[in-house]
Ligand binder design. Structure first.
Ligand code: X2X
Length: 339
């Protein structure tokens, strides 16, 4: 291994976010054989980043310093659309897009986000660790990306607004709501009668603050760590979509790892994913109280009026066609008949 000269150390350091310079120093000095970048869209305090850092530390150790993964959290490398392009080109080696976001490249990946399909986590993990998840991973592989086996949890998406609580489908009427860059989300909120706009997550806080949009929808842990409660008044537990993150790798970068390294990396990431699911589960027990204490008014609408509206608008029929019979059958096998 070539020792790094002073100039290349400086160059490497200047490419790092300030916070990781100190922790990166010892490994930079050793110059790992595989030095990979991982970008994501969440603040450092989210369990996804906490567990990913643990996985990266474990990988560095178990690979005896051969595989180093540097994390660039919180959209430091650009929004989701940018990071998806980077992981495809090899500009970064790892990325965790939500199923909604990777679906802009691999349409069937949005199948887990069909409105009101999953009723609880038992159904979610049985499907995503089982046949439905395998089907999606196969589709992702065709885009020369490697998807790790275990999905990480984002959560059941809830609706927040600065205007009014959403108590039934009629409260969605004309609602200016931000959704991710996701054809399914746009279609679903249009079906509900709302006026959705796609924005990358990196733009959400400001868009709410400046009232470009009045509402947004995200799982509660994100509303908490991204401090969206500061710019929203009402939190309505609509549970409309279950969303998770695919941990993906650039295909060439993945193939470049020797088998023994692949085993180490996959084991650490998949096990960290399972722990991250537990973290979110625990967080879900305390997060409502915390958000209420921070001033968010919480209400719990029944799902019926939303489901009925989506059926009427033809949402399920349309997406059954778009996803195709095979994927739809796998979804209905996991959650029961939808339309
Ligand atoms: O952009 C969002 O809303 C987020 C953070 O949930 C996703 O990654 C889809």
């Amino acid at each position: 291994m070539q020792p790094m000269n002073r100039r290349s150390v400086l160059r490497t350091l200047s490419a790092l976010p300030a916070a990781s310079i100190v922790t990166a120093l010892p490994s930079v000095a050793r110059a790992a054989e595989f030095s990979y970048k991982y970008g994501n869209n969440l603040p450092l305090s989210h369990p996804l980043n906490v567990r990913a850092q643990e996985a990266a530390d474990r990988i560095l150790k178990e690979s005896n310093g051969r595989v180093e993964i540097k994390i660039f959290p919180n959209n430091q490398l650009g929004g989701d659309t940018d990071m998806l392009a980077q992981v495809r080109s090899g500009g970064i080696e790892f990325f965790t897009p939500s199923a909604l976001v990777i679906a802009t490249l691999v349409p069937v990946a949005a199948i887990n986000a069909v409105g009101f399909a999953f009723s609880d986590y038992n159904q979610v993990w049985a499907a995503m660790d089982g046949k439905l998840g395998a089907h999606v991973r196969g589709a992702i592989a065709k885009s020369r990306l490697y998807a790790f086996e275990k999905m990480w949890d984002n959560g059941f998406r809830q609706t927040t607004s600065s205007k009014a609580a959403v108590d039934s489908a009629k409260d969605m009427d004309g609602l200016k709501i931000r959704v991710p860059v996701s054809p399914l989300s746009i279609s679903m909120f249009k079906g509900l009668g709302a006026a959705p706009t796609s924005l990358q997550f990196s733009e959400v806080y400001t868009a709410l603050q400046t009232r470009i949009v009045d509402a947004q929808e995200n799982p509660l842990p994100i509303i908490q760590v991204a401090k969206l409660y500061e710019v929203q008044k009402y939190g309505s537990m609509t549970n409309h979509i279950w969303d998770g993150y695919w941990f993906i790798a650039n295909g060439r970068a993945w193939d470049a790892l020797p088998d023994a390294m692949k085993t180490i990396v996959a084991r650490a990431i998949n096990e960290a994913g399972l722990q991250q699911r537990e973290d979110i589960k625990k967080l879900n027990e305390s997060v409502v109280g915390d958000l209420q204490a921070k001033g968010l008014a919480i209400n719990r609408p029944a799902a019926d009026s939303f489901r009925a509206k989506l059926r009427e608008s033809g949402f399920y029929g349309e997406w059954k066609g778009r996803f195709g019979a095979e994927a739809w059958t796998l979804l209905e096998g996991a959650v029961g008949k939808l339309a």
